[in-house]
Design a protein around this ligand. Structure first.
Ligand SMILES: NC(=O)c1ccc[n+]([C@@H]2O[C@H](COP(=O)([O-])OP(=O)(O)OC[C@H]3O[C@@H](n4cnc5c(N)ncnc54)[C@H](OP(=O)(O)O)[C@@H]3O)[C@@H](O)[C@H]2O)c1
Length: 321
């Protein structure tokens, strides 16, 4: 591929996959999940990537076909995890390498479609709401981009942690989707005054934690309704720009902002993250909110659509799933 509009820049290529090295697991891909970062990568706006060509797709689920000596996985395991996309091995392919430390066996309750869209969104929500914010039982969590990939996972994880969750999205259909997937309340950022509605829903107190994958004006509006001692969790900029923080406002209203990059701290800590996410899935507390499911030949269309996504996590079927 090259940088540009997905329909022109993404092409199929014949590849060979060498035996996996230490820390890699080679899988035959069943499903792979999409998100706004795909659109950023295709356009050349993703900060961590080098020059094309490279394979797109940050996450995938499938069957293990090869492992290096000493791996904790075996051939035939059904797994889901984060791909080696930063090294050029994306999930929109017949085979891909998963990063062993960010891979789990697919929990019994999880379908293959849910599995393909699980790792990035929930790893991100975990980093924001458990490692960095954190959000505690009884607190109010406001989730921007709540019908999207990381926002949808934050709604579910927030509920699992015992928070009251207010979902923010741009249409009635998306808000209904959020409520069906666990949110307590919904606010339409296009047709309602966000700070006023959050004030009404919280008895004037505001939100203890704001999960922000959107940035821009929506995040600024949400900040007007942050509670004293509140935390703004900086995830991304789906609106096109990060939120413009005002240090004086933070000082005067006693709130803080925490940056989040959902990457492993060390192997033991990463294993604990995935164990807990698998356990929450086993207990039925979290699951991927699957939206549109695409066929493999529609990957360019799917990636182009990530700049204005519908409700739920976009997933592509690579083999029959
Ligand atoms: N920090 C990390 O480790 C990490 C990990 C994963 C992703 N990210 C970043 O998080 C961001 C979102 O990624 P994602 O995959 O969650 O995106 P996504 O699934 O595309 O969701 C983004 C949501 O943002 C909303 N949105 C878009 N433009 C908006 C605007 N102008 N105002 C208000 N809402 C707007 C859309 O909802 P509505 O239509 O409802 O408005 C959409 O559902 C990206 O910047 C990505 O790079 C960061």
């Amino acid at each position: 591929m090259k940088f540009g509009a997905p329909a022109e820049s993404i092409e199929l290529q014949q590849m060979t996959w060498p035996e996996p090295g230490p820390g890699q697991v080679l899988v035959r891909v069943s499903t792979a999940g999409a998100g706004y970062p795909d659109a950023m990568m295709a356009a050349g706006h993703f900060p961590l990537l080098g020059e094309p060509p490279f394979g797109l797709g940050e996450e995938a689920a499938g069957e293990v076909v090869a492992v290096p000596p000493g791996s904790r996985f075996t051939v035939g395991d059904q797994v889901t995890g984060i791909t080696g996309f930063l090294d050029g091995w994306g999930g929109y392919a017949e085979y891909t390498y998963l990063r062993e430390e960010s891979t789990i066996r697919i929990p019994a309750r999880m379908t293959l479609q849910e599995a393909g869209g699980f790792p990035i969104a929930f790893r991100t929500a975990y980093a924001g709401l458990i490692d960095r914010a954190p959000v505690n039982a009884g607190q109010v969590l406001l989730v921007l981009g709540a019908a999207g990939s990381s926002g949808g996972a934050a709604v579910q994880l927030g509920k699992a942690l015992g928070a009251t969750v207010i979902a923010v999205a741009g249409s009635r259909e998306k808000l209904d989707f959020c409520i069906r997937h666990g949110a307590d309340h919904g606010v339409n950022h296009r047709s309602e005054d966000l700070p006023t509605r959050v004030g009404e829903l919280t008895g004037g107190r505001g939100a203890d934690v704001i999960f922000d994958p959107v940035g821009g004006g929506t995040a600024l509006a949400a900040l007007q309704a942050i509670a004293r001692d509140g935390r703004l969790v900086l995830i991304g900029l789906a609106s096109g720009e990060p939120v413009a923080l005002d240090a004086m406002d933070m000082l005067m209203r006693n709130y803080s902002a925490v940056g989040v990059l959902a990457t492993p701290k060390d192997t033991a800590a990463e294993a604990a993250v995935w164990d807990r996410l698998a356990d929450l899935t086993d207990r039925g507390a979290i699951r991927t909110s699957v939206g549109h499911v695409y066929d493999f030949q529609d990957v360019p269309e799917m990636i182009a659509g990530q700049t204005a996504p519908g409700a739920g996590k976009s997933v592509v079927r690579i083999t029959s799933a």
